[in-house]
Write a protein that binds this ligand. Sequence first.
Ligand code: NAD
Length: 247
Amino acid sequence: MDKQFETAVALLRNAKHAVAFTGAGISVESGIPPFRGDDGIWSKYDPAILELSTYLSTPEKVWPVIRKLFFNYFADAKPNAAHLALAKLESAGMLKGVITQNIDNLHQEAGSKNVIEYHGNSKTFICTKNNQHVSHANEVDFQQPYPKCPVCDSLCKPSFIFFGEAIPVNAIEQSEWHAANCDVMLIVGSTGQVVPAANIPFVASRNGCKIIEINPEPSAFTYEISNFVLKGTATKVLSELITKLNF
Ligand code: NAD
């Protein structure tokens, strides 16, 4: 077995505070495309489509794209072996939680309990007129020209973060706490190009945390902070990791 892999397994086994940081790559094998790369969403669409101001001013133009980009893929997606492996590590007490940039809810569906959603979630919708009105995605009529709040009929939006929107305060606080206290961080499937999320592993590394990265391609973390790079897809590498840890 590869020496890097063996050392990474030993690190994880002996960690006092291990945490995972995940990106779109962990859900690729669930059928959800990532944003970047040859087949990524941004190779086909202008990122301006996800500006909050664009959505608020022209929801009828933006909504069909959002529905196609996200919800068409999310509808059939199921957690894969990588999501399940992280949930197993958490239930065995070897992982304190998952900080995810993803909005697909697959960590929760896999059984992870402590999930910090840095960019929100797609399972609920929030009213843009009265933000106390929060509805489950099932209650929203997706076939309307744009989604309407089931309570007051105003425009509502998915509860994930659009460009130009603030990151949820509790997600920032919890991520900062992990970054200050973790001794091992598993980064799975992230380019590290989206800030401020991508700052979290850098802060952890500066605090002395060992970084184990899983990705088939190099990322912004690879040559800067990753102490161990386990090259490969999330399902393959995390399944091997779990087997080696005797799960
Ligand atoms: P990204 O789209 O920028 O990059 C994806 C990364 O995953 C790349 O580094 C790529 O090499 C890697 N990857 C591809 N296939 C993989 C596999 N099978 N196993 C492991 N890694 C693989 O992703 P990002 O860094 O997370 O940033 C994009 C932003 O897009 C995030 O903010 C996130 O909110 C959002 N996003 C979320 C979803 C989702 O919820 N599933 C999907 C697309 C984008």
